[in-house]
Design a protein around this ligand. Structure first.
Ligand code: PNS
Length: 161
């Protein structure tokens, strides 16, 4: 596969999990820069603000310098991609149950224009059961999530209790 210069990994990242981290590292094997686009939900009430999620992501990937960037966005993903500019989006697929929603988003983004391609990376088996919502639920009930998220996220969740 030809090497890519820049891909966009969009998501809520509320919070970032070890599955997301693994995906970023794998993307860096075939592209130079990954930007994590952090959705600033207008309707939803996230646990962490978009700015907090961006800061956590920057802390987690600090040692990779300019190769991993994080930026909050609101509005359409295709508009954000155009502003960066980047034409390849990456998303992880954990199980077949993810596929319908992800394929619909990919087709919708393509229909909205801008020549956006979506690349799906299959999540590694050891991370396939992790989701941000389960992590939040477990942390809110006092469970240990340190094996599911990077240390910076684990600490942020403890502080948020
Ligand atoms: O981590 P998530 O919550 O599954 O990420 C979903 C995300 C951020 C990729 C998706 O909700 C999104 O792209 N939202 C921006 C709004 C948009 O562009 N909608 C139309 C495309 S389907």
């Amino acid at each position: 596969m030809a090497r890519l210069d820049h891909v966009l990994f969009p998501g809520s990242f509320d919070p970032l999990t070890s599955g997301h981290v693994d995906l970023v590292h794998r993307a860096l094997t075939f592209c130079d820069v990954v930007t994590l686009g952090v959705l600033d939900h207008s309707g939803k009430k996230p646990l962490f603000t978009a700015d907090e999620r961006v800061e956590i992501i920057k802390e987690v990937f600090a040692e990779l310098g300019e190769r991993v960037r994080a930026e909050a966005f609101s509005g359409l993903l295709v508009d954000f991609a155009r502003r960066i500019p980047v034409s390849v989006i990456i998303r992880g697929l954990r199980a077949t149950s993810d596929y319908d929603y992800e394929a619909q988003m990919a087709l919708m983004n393509r229909s909205l224009g801008g020549n956006i391609e979506t690349l799906f990376l299959s999540t590694r088996a050891q991370f396939s059961y992790i989701s941000s919502s389960l992590v939040k639920q477990i942390a809110s009930l006092g469970g240990d999530v340190s094996h599911l998220v990077p240390p910076a996220v684990s600490h942020a969740l403890q502080r948020r209790k």
